[in-house]
Design a binder for this molecule. Structure first.
Ligand code: NDP
Length: 326
């Protein structure tokens, strides 16, 4: 038997509990993993609270990230005792996920645990850090270099935002953080932000073009914020679009694209092919100091994860949440 966060829906009503399950109830897969750590991401909080259509079938065990030890495997790439890592692939949405002491998975979704990090540390990074790395790689591949000027990170106190600041600063970029929590400015400066602005400067409807300021940006919030960021991006700049914390809409005009050559680069971590994942985790290993991860992270037990979901959606949680099952 093992414990899991278990989401069910009956007569249109969603219920969430910690449930003791039998291994025979696990879904199909060629690798069974004893989960050591998982995380609570924005998407997991939407799944647990039912505030977003994340769960595609019920019952569901949420958790889009996990790290752990292989217990059983019929896949040639993995054997019992191997430590593995998973981010995305629809796990926690269509297939039972990481907020459980056990998971049965498709081996094609797994990568070997990166040598630079312990399983706990890799979950402190999790999908948030890996997505931030993909966003930084997108800026790099579109030619945004540290000498070009300021890079804006929106949703700065969140998981993706915190890692985006850390990685960009480590690479020598001049980072400006946009946040609704100015009281956390010291934390953001500690991560490497050289400037902090109030997110309300960007969150209301703005003009199609504004004064050019940003050489590039990593946006976690979408909606009017993303529209205003695009409008104030410098000629030939690139904006990596990661998230929708303010909204899924994009009330923008084509002006920044056709008059300033601005690029909007979409970032999807969920279905990203394996080679990019391995490269992103290699870069994370190169750039992140494992000691610094503790500044960004807090730990919860499986039972506490359910209650923390509301706090996360209300923006009360700073940085990352690791759900520790060791
Ligand atoms: P968090 O909840 O950790 O952070 C979101 C941050 O956004 C908050 O901390 C807050 O930052 C800011 N925020 C919250 N509400 C609003 C609002 N109404 N208006 C403006 N800003 C707001 O989430 P994550 O960092 O894990 O994820 C960020 C976004 O990226 C989410 O939308 C998530 O779904 C998405 N995502 C996308 C991925 C992809 O593959 N594209 C992968 C991972 C995440 P502050 O308090 O500093 O203002």
């Amino acid at each position: 038997m093992f414990n899991a966060v278990f989401i069910d829906k009956q007569d249109g009503e969603q219920r969430v509990e910690i449930k003791s399950l039998d291994e025979s109830e696990l879904p199909d897969g060629d690798v069974t993993v004893r989960v050591q750590s998982s995380t609570l991401n924005y998407k997991d909080a939407l799944a647990i609270t039912g505030k977003g259509p994340v769960v595609k079938q019920f019952p569901m065990v949420p958790g889009i990230d996990l790290s752990g030890v292989v217990e059983e495997s019929s896949a040639s790439d993995f054997k019992p005792g191997d430590t593995v890592l998973l981010n995305g692939w629809g796990v926690g949405e269509k297939h039972w996920g990481g907020l459980a002491e056990k998971a049965r998975l498709d081996s094609r979704w797994l990568i070997p645990q990166p040598a630079a990090f312990t399983p706990y540390q890799s979950m402190a990074i999790g999908t948030a850090g890996y997505t931030a790395m993909l966003a930084v790689m997108a800026l790099e591949s579109h030619g945004v270099t540290p000498d070009q000027g300021e890079i804006l990170v929106t949703g700065a106190n969140g998981g993706v935002g915190s890692y985006a600041i850390t990685l960009l600063a480590r690479l020598g970029y001049h980072v400006v953080a946009s946040t609704g929590r100015l009281e956390e400015s010291e934390y953001l400066r500690g991560l490497g932000a050289e400037g902090v602005i109030d997110r309300h400067e960007l969150s209301e409807p703005g003009r199609p073009l504004a004064k050019e300021r940003w050489a590039g940006a990593i946006d976690c919030v979408g909606s009017h914020t993303l529209a205003n960021v695009l409008a104030s991006t410098k000629y030939d700049g690139t904006v990596a679009c990661c998230g929708l914390a303010q909204g899924m809409d994009l009330p923008a005009s084509v002006a920044p694209f056709i008059l300033r050559g601005v690029t909007l680069a979409g970032i999807d971590s969920v279905m990203k092919p394996l080679a990019y994942r391995v490269e992103a985790w290699r870069r994370l290993g190169e750039l992140l100091d494992p000691e610094q991860l503790t500044t960004i992270t807090q730990s919860l037990t499986l039972d506490q994860a359910i209650g923390a979901a509301d706090d996360l959606l209300e923006g009360k949680i700073r940085g990352r949440v690791v759900v520790d099952m060791t």
